[in-house]
Design a protein around this ligand. Structure first.
Ligand code: AVJ
Length: 303
């Protein structure tokens, strides 16, 4: 489904998938989130990638192909690529095609021996990957897996496992922790996360000719301990009617659109989920404060 179709359907169900945050503006805002003092995941994962790059390189081997799911900016994969011996090909997959082309061009310039073949598309849907050009290694950093309900996360991992064709997956997973720390990460003082959330409505105005008053919506993000997830919502500040795609949608003051879930895991809980998806979990790397984890997953029954 297109953004237009899913946005209109989302106004009906009051639930819109977070992948629609990432138009060019949303991708830029997300990059600013990654630099915020409160948003620990990016910093922590980058430090882990940097510190353990030689170990990843040894496991990945020579002449490998790296497939990154949800590529965005290339800061993380560069840490990996820099440590690898003669990587053959890099296939970044991202839903924001515009953003992807930019990143691919700079990567080509910086890694002359590397074939960079971006794939614009939605990896949660049917997507055809080219035949592997070497041992295929999946890279899924950032804890994007947290956006999926646990059952959907399991299904997505199972799909990756098939795409990887016997290769391994290196995946970043945010860990559950003190609610106050989680809360701060999604309610930053500068309001960048709020702007990121509200950009969904700005995008509808830009792309769908909607006329949504952004001032009539508030950012809300909170941790829900029983489900171990952050929820983000857009809350209507007053009674209002939206007209989009020839339909009317009424919102009362306090009514909300649910725009994101970000599940947090325990190390063992995530390993169990990976096993259910057909992986044999290998080593796990975490920071000293156990804020974030990187998992090496091998297919349990290589093809
Ligand atoms: C890209 C899904 C990992 O859940 O932390 C950051 C997105 N949303 N701040 C996350 C996000 C609000 C992010 N993921």
């Amino acid at each position: 489904m297109s953004f237009a179709e899913e946005f209109v359907a989302g106004l009906r169900t009051r639930h819109i998938a977070p992948k629609w945050f990432y138009d060019a503006e949303g991708s830029r805002l997300f990059e600013r989130i990654c630099l915020l003092p409160e948003y620990y995941p990016t910093r922590t994962e980058l430090a882990l990638l940097d510190r353990h790059a030689p170990e990843f390189a040894a496991r990945i081997g020579t002449g490998a192909e790296i497939v990154e799911f949800g590529a965005g900016a290339s800061v993380k994969v560069r840490l990996l690529l820099d440590a690898l011996e003669s990587p053959r090909r890099f296939v970044p997959i991202d839903i924001s095609g515009e953003y992807l082309a930019e990143a691919a061009a700079t990567l080509r310039a910086d890694y002359p021996g590397l074939a960079v073949e971006p794939l614009a598309g939605d990896f949660t849907r049917d997507l055809v990957l080219p035949p592997a050009a070497g041992r295929r290694i999946g890279f899924f950093p950032g804890s994007s897996i947290g956006n999926f309900e646990p059952e959907a996360a399991q299904a997505l991992l199972a799909r990756f496992r098939q795409w990887l064709d016997g290769g391994a997956l290196l995946i970043g997973v945010d860990l559950f922790k003190e609610p106050a720390e989680l809360h701060a990460a999604y309610n930053d003082a500068q309001g960048v996360t709020a702007a990121f959330n509200l950009n969904l409505l700005a995008r509808a105005n830009r792309e769908l000719g909607a006329d949504i008053d952004l001032g009539a919506w508030a950012h809300a993000a909170f941790y829900h301990p029983p489900l171990r997830r952050i929820e983000m919502h857009l809350v209507s500040r007053r009674r209002q009617v939206l007209q989009v795609g020839g339909e009317r949608f009424e919102f009362d003051e306090g009514d909300s659109l649910h725009t994101e879930n970000s599940y947090k895991y325990g190390v063992e809980g995530f390993r169990a989920l990976a096993r259910r998806a057909g992986f044999e979990p290998g080593p796990v790397w975490t920071d000293a404060a156990r804020r974030f984890s990187l998992h090496w997953l091998e297919p349990a029954n290589p093809a």
